[in-house]
Design a protein around this ligand. Structure first.
Ligand code: FAD
Length: 271
């Protein structure tokens, strides 16, 4: 039987983990929710990075999983977008978490979906499937990103319309955001696409690239231009592999923290 989450005594602070408190939970559908938690004052990360979060187990060892931070680096709280895998060791329990409950937070954020790993450019395309949107919610709400790029384009591909987490917020160009100026919000472009139901934009991201729908709302070229465009990819292994190969064919080079390039990738999950 699973332990109740609320038992704070089961949680142990350590050099690698702090114990935080959940502040809000928003359910998007039966397999997707957003979780906010307190942020330790000394916790620093770069928008787009991921961190371990988790719960204690009966054997006393913490059960941890990698999660992209969905809130920007300046936010006072930390926000995460989570899948629910019914037989998943962590999310079968995490789906029941409530405000006030304790939760483990790792102390070492890391990742490649950061602007440091990209060369300067004019447009930033962030291509995601499923929970791969999470790091891009962090970057799209970071004012620094709008200092670096003229247009910030968030592309989210999902199977069903109800899987479009954050849809209203993105459609409103992040209305009411406490950090972004109006001029910055106007430069955010949102391209949601649904693959298995009818919706105003249907089809896989690759199809939108090929038929030009990905670029329709942009004031720039109606295709990828390696000199000006920068691309971040976050999704399944197959999605990343296909897009990385396509970008390389178009003359884009992959970047890393120690060698900035024209595109960067990260898996949204292992499997
Ligand atoms: C770098 C990195 C960043 C990640 N960021 C996030 C994030 O922001 N949000 C998030 O929900 N998960 C994220 N994950 C996945 C996360 O670490 C866990 O796998 C997930 O929370 C499920 O945990 P679990 O213990 O319940 O099941 P697991 O045993 O970890 O997973 C069971 C199976 O479920 C499937 N699965 C797991 N995660 C997902 C997912 N996100 N979308 C679709 N299928 C999935 C896989 O097929 C996997 O084999 C990330 C993983 C990596 C490597």
């Amino acid at each position: 039987m699973n332990m109740p989450i609320t038992d704070r005594e089961q949680f142990k602070e350590s050099g690698a983990l702090s114990v935080e408190t959940v502040t809000s939970v928003q359910q998007w559908n039966e397999e997707l929710f957003t979780l906010k938690m307190t942020r330790p004052p000394a916790f620093r990360f770069r928008s787009g990075e991921f961190i371990m979060i988790g719960l204690p187990q009966e054997n006393g060892k913490p059960l941890l999983r990698a999660y992209s931070v969905a809130s920007p680096a300046y936010d006072e709280e930390l926000e995460f977008l989570s899948i629910i895998v019914q037989d998943g060791p962590l999310t079968s329990r995490l789906q029941h978490i409530k405000p006030g409950d304790p939760i483990y937070l790792g102390k070492k954020p890391t990742g490649t979906l950061v602007t440091d790993a990209l060369l300067p450019g004019k447009r930033l395309f962030m291509l995601s499937t499923g929970t791969g949107l999470a790091p891009f919610m962090s970057l799209a709400r970071d004012p620094d990103v709008y200092e670096m790029f003229e247009e910030v384009i968030v592309v989210h591909s999902v199977r069903r319309v109800v899987d479009l987490a954050y849809r209203e917020l993105l459609e409103s160009k992040l209305e009411g955001d406490p950090l972004l100026e109006d001029d910055q919000r106007e430069r955010l472009i949102y391209v949601p696409t649904v693959t298995r139901e009818s919706f105003r934009t249907q089809g896989r991201i690759q199809t939108l690239i090929e038929d030009g729908r990905l670029f329709e709302q942009s004031k720039g070229p109606q295709r990828f231009v390696p000199d000006e465009d920068r691309v971040m990819l976050c999704g399944s292994m197959a999605m990343i592999k296909d897009h990385a190969a396509d970008l390389e064919k178009r003359g884009f080079e992959e970047g890393a923290n120690n060698k900035p390039g024209q595109f960067v990738i990260e898996r949204a999950f292992v499997g």
